[in-house]
Design a protein around this ligand. Structure first.
Ligand SMILES: [Zn+2]
Length: 107
């Protein structure tokens, strides 16, 4: 987090939140600064509209939405959905493990 002095009266707080494209600069209010300091990951998850676990998975997958089917061995299919790369948090959440790859009857 960086603290920028705009002029003598105003101070702006900027946090870098990790997303699947690298990072995103977000201006914080003083109240948000306290929230962010207490729990950076929780704050980021909330910012992107995800739960903490979803946020972690979204970052780990690099924003790739995976197929929702299971293989014969009972494991989750590792295929990425068509057009399912580097998705925004919102789109990733909507598609990840809820659509199927071409092998499993999806598009
Ligand atoms: Zn699949």
């Amino acid at each position: 987090m960086t603290k920028k002095t705009i002029n003598s009266a105003e101070i702006e707080y900027v946090a870098t939140l990790t997303n699947v494209y690298g990072g995103e600069y977000v201006s914080l209010t003083e109240q948000e600064v306290a929230e962010y300091k207490r729990d950076p990951d929780g704050f980021a998850a909330k910012h992107f509209g995800l739960t903490r676990d979803e946020y972690q998975e979204w970052i780990e997958c690099g924003g790739e939405a995976k197929c929702g089917a299971k293989t014969k061995a009972g494991k989750l299919c590792g295929n990425t959905l068509k057009g399912g790369s580097q998705l925004s948090a919102e789109e990733w959440k909507a598609r990840h493990r809820s659509e199927y790859c071409s092998t499993h009857g999806g598009e």
